[in-house]
Design a protein around this ligand. Structure first.
Ligand code: GDP
Length: 444
């Protein structure tokens, strides 16, 4: 989903990785890259403007405060803005206080209304509601049959004009369907309506007459996420024509660019309530802006990780550790303290699993042995403070004492010491060449 947009946004963060500070130039450059990514994804111009303005403001503030490393800061900010532009918290359906809740579907032909009627039917039925689908799309030759088929699959009832009983008036069918639902105690009525391939006055007029006849509690505008720049015009036409209370994004399983999804709320003010992600009746879910945002940013649970790091890690201590690394005075004692802080956030395996891109490394992750970290911790704990501070005093007898104390072997102690010295040398040379000192900073 939104592959290109994801790639572009992610690329705009990667240039910040490894930077210790966020400069004004960094903010400018990142914001322009984000702007280009959004425009290329067909996001509506006013939405792009307010989005980039908000990101710029927050990134500038972040540059001043220096709480986390820049790439993480910006990811967090962009994520927050995506959640915002996608509509924040999703809301419940407006249920009727008494009698059946009437939900009318509107949208262009092919948007996915009839399919949605079946999906909604099944979803509502699973919540114990009695649902009646009403076939008021008498325009498209097969629409009534198609609705009957999905109703049957969803296990809900359908109200349609008798075949052969004249062409039928969609407004009359809608009215009688709702009447029927009242008489028979249905909980929800879903009225499927006709669309055209493009917006036209006659179709809009029919939708308005159906609306006025049934007085719906919700009018859901079904928007095909695959349509590009037209999405905005279509949404506005429906808003001004029949009006709607909520949006359903359909075909989110395809390779949509994201413009429709990211623009519709900003342009129309109506929240996205559901998303459709396939042709099957089960390919349907409540829309969650936060989940959609993390999918766009391809982040795994990185946000959870960042939040945990913010909560758990001692900022001051982490900064001290980074400074020590840079100056070559980082000792095993500091290492132990950092390791313990990180471990407070959860198992290493779980932490690694939250990193973006780790999905593809599932196998390597599976074989990660948590006990290895336990062993390292045990070895360091078995050293005296003086030893941790100065590894050069570790002679043979000290090493074998440490091995015994930690329940490991002299070989394991030697390995740890060698690895630590090597890593330290590497950090020092990186610091000397002017970068990377922050790499072991909070959450780094
Ligand atoms: P309507 O004209 O608005 O009633 O649209 P339909 O419900 O008939 O849907 C048009 C086409 O899109 C059909 O072939 C559906 O199977 C397909 N469709 C509907 N929703 C989705 C979806 O979420 N994903 C995919 N891939 N196809 C969908």
């Amino acid at each position: 989903m939104f592959g290109n947009l994801s790639d572009r946004l992610t690329a705009s963060f990667s240039s910040l990785r490894g930077k210790g500070r966020l400069s004004e130039a960094d903010v400018n450059e990142t914001v322009s890259e984000i702007r280009r990514a959004l425009l290329e994804a067909d996001v509506a111009l006013p939405v792009v403007r307010s989005f980039t303005a908000a990101v710029r403001q927050k990134a500038t503030d972040a540059a001043r405060s220096q709480a986390l490393n820049p790439a993480q800061q910006v990811v967090k900010i962009v994520n927050e803005e995506l959640v915002e532009v996608l509509g924040g918290q999703s809301r419940e359906i407006h249920w009727a206080p008494t009698g059946p809740t009437i939900i009318m579907l509107a949208g262009l032909q092919g948007a996915g209304k009839t399919t949605l009627a079946g999906k909604l039917g099944r979803w509502l039925r699973d919540q114990g509601k009695r649902v009646l689908l009403v076939a008021s799309d008498l325009q498209r030759p097969n629409a009534v049959t198609q609705l009957s088929v999905v109703a049957q699959r969803a296990g809900v009832h359908v109200w349609a004009p008798e075949p052969g009983n004249g062409v039928g008036d969609p407004v009359a069918v809608a009215r009688s369907g709702v009447q029927r639902a009242r008489e028979q105690g249905y909980d929800v009525v879903v009225v499927d309506t006709a669309g055209r391939l493009g917006v036209d006055a006659e179709m809009m007029d029919q939708a308005v007459r159906i609306r006025d006849a049934v007085d719906p509690h919700e009018i859901l505008f079904v928007l095909d996420a695959m349509v590009g720049q037209d999405a905005v015009n279509t949404s506005v036409a429906f808003r001004d024509g029949v009006g709607f209370t909520g949006v359903v994004l359909s075909k989110l399983d395809g390779d949509a660019r994201g413009g429709a999804a990211l623009s519709v709320r900003g342009v129309t003010g109506a929240p996205v309530l559901f998303s459709s992600t396939g042709e099957g009746l089960g390919d349907f879910e409540r829309f969650h802006a936060d989940r959609m945002a993390s999918r766009i940013l391809d982040m795994g649970d990185l946000l959870t990780l960042i939040e945990q790091a913010e909560r758990t890690l001692d900022q001051k201590e982490a900064e001290d550790a980074a400074a020590k690394l840079a100056s070559g005075t980082f000792t095993l004692e500091d290492f132990l303290s950092q390791l313990r802080q990180i471990r407070r956030m959860g198992s290493m395996k779980k932490l690694l699993g939250m990193m973006p891109g780790m999905g593809q490394m599932r196998e390597a992750l599976e074989s990660f042995d948590e006990r290895e970290v336990d062993r390292i911790e045990a070895i360091v704990c078995s050293m005296t403070p003086a030893e941790r501070r100065d590894l050069s005093i570790l002679n043979g007898s000290r090493r074998s004492r440490i091995a015994k104390g930690s329940g490991t072997t002299v070989q394991a102690v030697n390995e740890l010491v060698d690895r630590f010295e090597a890593a330290k040398r590497m950090m020092e040379s990186m610091a000397a060449s002017g970068g990377g000192a922050g790499a072991l900073g909070p959450g780094g």
